[in-house]
Design a protein. Structure first.
Length: 252
């Protein structure tokens, strides 16, 4: 069984979710990635409504990402038109999401992250390598888009999407990264462990060098960790933590 087969198993049995449920999931995912530190003042997530051209997008810079609610979520047409504007700042780099959703119909969720350690590797020009169990999915490679600028034009978005290609992650040199998944749970799994793998890689380099997983090890580790059970457990764990953090901020 390959990682692609595991990924198919993780999505085939998933129930069809309503747009209201996906709005909530967009908000929760934004809060969870904020809790991890990969999204702060900047960064955003999107989920495409299956069978439609509607893309749900979390709010932009200046919003309190730890407190995002379903009613704060933007709705874009896949071609870029804003269908529903809830107020607040429109993410400047919304084209990242609409372009990738157009180019990759199988992708249901996109995250644009500014994780500290993954960004450091891009700044240093170091290739991201799978160095621990849950980062094994990275063995298929992480390309780099060699442009640190904000993605604010159609041409830039098309170039970034082309650099991503059929990969799960693309680095943006001197900027951040983009992670995709065939579901929100898969995108969250990859976003979580992309940054954790990067942190371990950076720290191991300080100790004298990071040992990359051997190809056969990475394939076995990916098969063992990339599965519906862990996707569900990971999401549930961070959703509970984000709900606790939200309650504490609200003083309840």
């Amino acid at each position: 069984m390959t990682e692609d087969r595991s990924m198919a198993d993780a999505t085939t049995a998933a129930p069809v979710e309503s747009e209201a449920e996906l709005r909530r999931k967009t908000a929760v995912m934004c809060r969870m990635l904020n809790l991890q530190g990969s999204i702060g003042m900047f960064g955003h997530v999107s989920i495409r409504v299956p069978g439609t051209d509607r893309v749900l997008l979390s709010p932009g810079a200046g919003s309190e990402k730890a407190m995002v609610q379903p009613e704060d979520v933007f709705v874009f047409h896949i071609d870029g038109e804003i269908l529903e504007h809830p107020g607040g700042e429109v993410p400047l780099e919304w084209r990242i999401h609409t372009q990738i959703h157009r180019d990759r119909p199988e992708v249901m969720s996109v995250t644009h992250l500014h994780g500290e350690h993954s960004t450091l590797l891009g700044i240093a020009g170091r290739e991201v390598k799978p160095v621990f169990l849950h980062g094994a999915f990275l063995h298929t490679g992480v390309p780099t888009w060699d442009d640190p600028r904000l993605v604010v034009t159609d041409a830039q978005a098309a170039s970034l999407s082309a650099a991503l290609g059929k990969h799960a992650v693309v680095q943006q040199r001197g900027h951040g990264s983009v992670v995709v998944g065939e579901s929100a749970e898969i995108a969250f799994f990859r976003s979580t462990f992309f940054e954790e793998n990067s942190r371990k890689q950076v720290e191991a380099e300080v100790l004298g060098g990071a040992l990359e997983l051997k190809p056969e090890e990475a394939a076995d580790c990916a098969r063992g960790t990339f599965n519906p059970r862990l996707l569900r457990l990971l999401w549930g764990y961070y959703e509970r933590k984000s709900e606790q953090a939200l309650a504490a901020m609200n003083g309840s």
